[in-house]
Design a protein around this ligand. Structure first.
Ligand code: PXL
Length: 280
């Protein structure tokens, strides 16, 4: 009898524009993990570049789905949240953590708030406060530097030197989560991510060559691969390496495509590499 690992991921469906659930579902499934989903909202596209997108909130469905799953006795090895649609929705997700979080699973919060020093469209200070609260309940959070700045209430500064990055990670852990992971860290020609395990005081670094190509949705790819890797029992270092390597693969395979940043990466074309990494 084989018991598959099970992740539940809670984030929006952007119907076009590769991010959130349309990235998390194929990636975590490709890693050989059953992937249950709770869609938080349906948008015609993501909000990071397209004009005139539609937005349909599904907050009430989250509570109903949660109640039904509770009655079925469903259990998950990991709970992973991404983009959430409103401050009140963050509270509903927090209640979901209370219902389904336990000593045998872990919680990943990707605190999707913004990029390049600015909040995404539709987010405000109240939303940041709620997201900060949600991070307290997480085992792992994975902000980029913009998100880390908003979570910590500090001015935006590039994550470009080791002392600064270590200090930010330590402060992020003081929000209450055990392992913060800072993405989009750039030291000279190298780009990658740094994690801090506040239980052991250990830092973990993973870098590849910086490539000058911005692509929307890479944060979601990173969080999905990281969540899948830890679910499979990989160490923090292995999970970081796998995520950083796969992002590099995605950027490389997308380079010849002429589409604008907000069309995202051609991650589908290198899923075979990701599957290979899970077997290493
Ligand atoms: O990639 C993060 C993300 C997810 N979902 C929606 C977004 C964004 C970032 O812009 O707009 C709807």
């Amino acid at each position: 009898m084989i018991f598959m690992k099970k992740v539940v991921t809670i984030q929006d469906i952007s119907c076009f524009g590769k991010c959130s659930l349309t990235v998390a579902l194929p990636i975590i499934s490709a890693m050989g993990i059953e992937t249950a989903v709770i869609p938080t909202a349906v948008l015609s596209t993501h909000t990071g570049g397209f004009e005139g997108y539609t937005f349909h909130d599904l907050s009430e469905d989250i509570t109903d789905i949660s109640a039904h799953w509770k009655s079925l006795g469903l259990k998950f090895d990991a709970i992973y949240t991404g983009y959430l649609g409103s401050a009140s929705q963050v509270q509903i997700v927090s209640d979901f953590f209370d219902s389904f979080g336990n000593d045998n699973n872990f919680i990943v919060v990707d605190p999707v708030l913004g990029d390049h020093g600015r909040l995404y469209a539709g987010f405000n200070d109240e939303f940041v406060v709620q997201m900060r609260q949600l991070c307290r309940k997480a085992d792992y959070i994975m902000p980029n530097m913009t998100e880390a700045s908003f979570l910590l209430g500090i001015p935006y500064h590039d994550a470009d030197n080791e002392d600064y990055v270590k200090d930010v990670l330590k402060k992020l852990s003081e929000l209450g989560c055990r392992v913060p992971v800072l993405t989009g860290v750039r030291f000279g020609d190298n780009e990658g991510a740094v994690a801090y395990d506040s239980a052991t005081g250990e830092y973990y670094f993973s870098f590849g060559k910086h490539v000058d190509r911005q692509l929307h949705g890479t944060g979601d790819i990173f969080a999905s691969v990281f969540t899948g890797a830890v679910t499979l029992g990989k160490s923090v270092q292995q999970a970081l390496d796998m995520s950083v390597k796969y992002i590099a693969d995605c950027i490389e395979v997308t380079m010849p495509c002429a589409d604008d940043v907000w069309y995202g990466s051609c991650f589908e074309l290198c899923l075979d590499k990701l599957i290979g990494y899970t077997k290493e």
